[in-house]
Design a binder for this molecule. Structure first.
Ligand SMILES: C[S@@+](CC[C@H](N)C(=O)[O-])C[C@H]1O[C@@H](n2cnc3c(N)ncnc32)[C@H](O)[C@@H]1O
Length: 283
């Protein structure tokens, strides 16, 4: 059995929470335009905005798409319904169950990391919707070059780290400067670079409120119960996991995972690249 990464568990939990609290299957941030009140009741609408924004940025002429890191398969389903032919990459066994239930045999699902996908298939577009941050950049770009049709597109919508001093309470994202420099050396033309940090950031305020109002009080009550009833075990547990507990407090329970902090440390971008040259499939 492979070792399960914390990030993978986080996404599975994220989906369960999203389904329960916000009645949504999307695993990405929302797009919050001016005028949309930042409150839980509007999370689904914000995520639909994000999905529509992605759809709008799929270039004309694209017909086949590989959705890398397809989450629950919700956006893949939207693309299929819009007439695209879509395959998915889904390395997480739990998420893949949702994808299979949702898509049946409408899409081939590569149940592996993108870096490990092996296929003779070629696509007009590779999509990385909030999955790019999980990929190893060099390997992902090499794979993309292999899997794209002549002059195919790479659409990335995800956040990156800005080069600012200090430690971000929000983890994730490749360094933007490094990514841009790397892509400049690649056989791709950058067609679009849209900054949607302002529109994406309120999703962090929603997350902060969920943590502060639901998760932190639950954690505190469980901790109180454990301390009162199992003091020895609790002391041992707290000692063994002191670093993880301190990290969880610093990152999540302190309330610092706000939209403002996100906008300070991260930049959320939509990039559309087009492959310049192309290689015959046999090479
Ligand atoms: C935040 S979710 C985004 C899901 C979906 N694209 C969306 O926009 O709702 C991140 C996705 O990336 C996937 N992922 C993580 N590491 C990956 C890798 N190395 N290769 C491919 N997908 C990966 C996860 O399994 C998950 O489906």
């Amino acid at each position: 059995m492979h070792k399960v990464e914390l990030k993978e568990v986080g996404l599975d939990i994220g989906l369960a929470f999203s389904k329960h609290f916000y009645k949504t299957d999307y695993l990405h941030y929302g797009y919050w335009p001016d005028g949309l009140t930042v409150e839980p009741a509007n999370v689904f609408e914000a995520q639909v905005n994000y999905a529509n924004y992605l759809l709008k940025n799929i270039p004309e002429g694209v017909s086949s798409i590989l959705d890398v890191g397809c989450g629950s398969g919700k956006f893949a389903e939207i693309m299929l319904d819009a007439g695209y032919s879509v395959d998915c990459v889904s390395p997480s066994p739990n998420l893949t169950k949702h994808v299979r239930n949702r898509l049946g045999d409408r899409a081939e699902i590569f149940e592996t990391r993108y870096e490990d996908v092996r296929t003779e298939k070629r696509y007009d577009m590779i999509l990385c919707s909030e999955s790019f941050q999980y990929l190893l950049v060099e390997e992902a770009i090499e794979q993309t070059k292999k899997f794209l049709n002549k002059q195919g597109y790479l659409l990335i919508c995800d956040f990156f780290k800005r080069d600012v001093p200090g430690k971000s309470p929000i983890s994730g994202g490749h360094r933007i400067e490094r990514f841009l420099e790397y892509m400049d050396e690649q056989p791709f033309t950058k067609l679009t670079d849209l900054d949607i940090t302002k529109e994406a950031a309120p999703s962090l305020d929603i997350m902060r409120d969920l943590i502060q109002e639901v998760i932190a009080p639950t954690w505190n009550i469980v901790a109180y119960y454990m301390r009162s009833n199992y003091p020895r075990f609790t002391r041992m547990f707290s000692f063994a996991f002191r670093k993880k507990i301190a990290q969880a407090h610093r990152k999540y329970l302190s309330g610092s995972t706000s939209g403002e902090q996100f906008a300070h440390f991260k930049t959320y971008r939509l990039f559309l690249y087009q492959q310049k040259g192309w290689r015959p499939l046999s090479v």
